[in-house]
Design a protein around this ligand. Structure first.
Ligand code: NAP
Length: 260
């Protein structure tokens, strides 16, 4: 019988030190996966995520790698396989948001592209070496509803990088299906993490109130909301789902276009 248990599986979650990635890593660990928690700077926070998984009876390690460095990503994936013997699940969660659009310096787009797009490709390429041999893999990319044309200002370049992730997801699903590898994306709406919450309290409260008013479920997201869907996509229960993008946004209604 298919189950949501991830026992026997090995998962690599990028950007697992904080926010959505930390919630995903913890959830996968609790469901039985051995988890590699990647981080770039927050060593202490990543160690805490590892300790939490281990305290609850799971297995986890933290590995530092800047995903925008191909060399560091390759070393991380090799180390993960050296420690846990295989790699079944890759969650491409690490990402950065630098606010700006076409009236701003294009170097913003370059930096976000390095991490949000090329970083994801490096992680996938390094992992495929093992997944193709195993003829099994679950790749889950964290995109954003920004890619569909939300009306949030100053996020155009960011949205472009997430649009690239959605295209990558669909094209790879087709290319990798024959190896038993599924590729899906989760597109979160506003979720409470450092990425979104780091701003003056009054401004933040006003922003949240405004977002609640344009969300069907009248609340913004928690990292746990995203983690639950990722854990489903990582499990055998989602074995016949590939090339899909699941929005987890409480039913946002502020889209410039409904053509996505
Ligand atoms: P966050 O709180 O800012 O955390 C970002 C995580 O990514 C941290 O663990 C960070 O590690 C890691 N990271 C950043 N750059 C990295 C790099 N070059 N190499 C390796 N790790 C790196 O962000 P979040 O809100 O949880 O976002 C997670 C994902 O969800 C991102 O892809 C984001 O675009 C997407 N998303 C978020 C929202 C939202 O509302 N929060 C909405 C839609 C989509 P360190 O701590 O070590 O720096």
């Amino acid at each position: 019988m298919v189950s949501d248990s991830l026992k026997g599986r090995v998962a690599l979650v990028t950007g697992a030190s904080r926010g959505i990635g930390a919630a995903i890593a913890t959830k996968l660990g609790l469901r039985g996966a051995k988890v590699v928690c990647n981080y770039s700077k927050s060593e202490e926070a990543a160690s805490k995520v590892v300790s939490r998984i281990v305290e609850w009876g799971g297995e986890a390690i933290a590995i530092r790698a800047d995903i925008s460095s191909k060399v560091e990503v390759e070393a991380m994936v090799e180390k993960a396989v050296e420690v846990f013997g295989r790699l079944d699940i890759l969650v491409n969660n690490a990402g950065i948001l630098i606010r700006g659009g076409v009236l701003d310096d294009i170097s913003i787009l370059d930096r976000m592209f390095e991490v949000n797009v090329k970083g994801v490709i490096y992680c996938i390429a390094a992992s495929l070496k093992y997944m193709i041999k195993q003829r099994y893999g679950r790749i889950i990319n964290i995109a954003s509803i920004a890619a569909f044309g939300t009306t949030s200002r100053n996020t155009t370049y960011y949205a472009m990088t997430k649009g690239a992730i959605i295209t990558l997801t669909k094209r790879l699903a087709f290319e990798l299906g024959e190896y038993g590898i599924t590729v899906n994306a989760v597109a979160p709406g506003f979720t409470k993490t450092d990425m979104t919450m780091n701003r003056p309290a009054e401004e933040l409260q006003a922003a949240i109130r405004q977002l609640e008013s344009i969300t069907s479920l009248r609340r913004v997201g928690e990292p746990e909301d995203i983690a639950e869907v990722v854990a489903f996509l990582a499990s055998d229960r989602a074995g016949f789902i590939t090339g899909q993008v699941i929005s987890v946004d409480g039913g946002r209604i502020d889209f410039f276009s409904r053509s996505a």
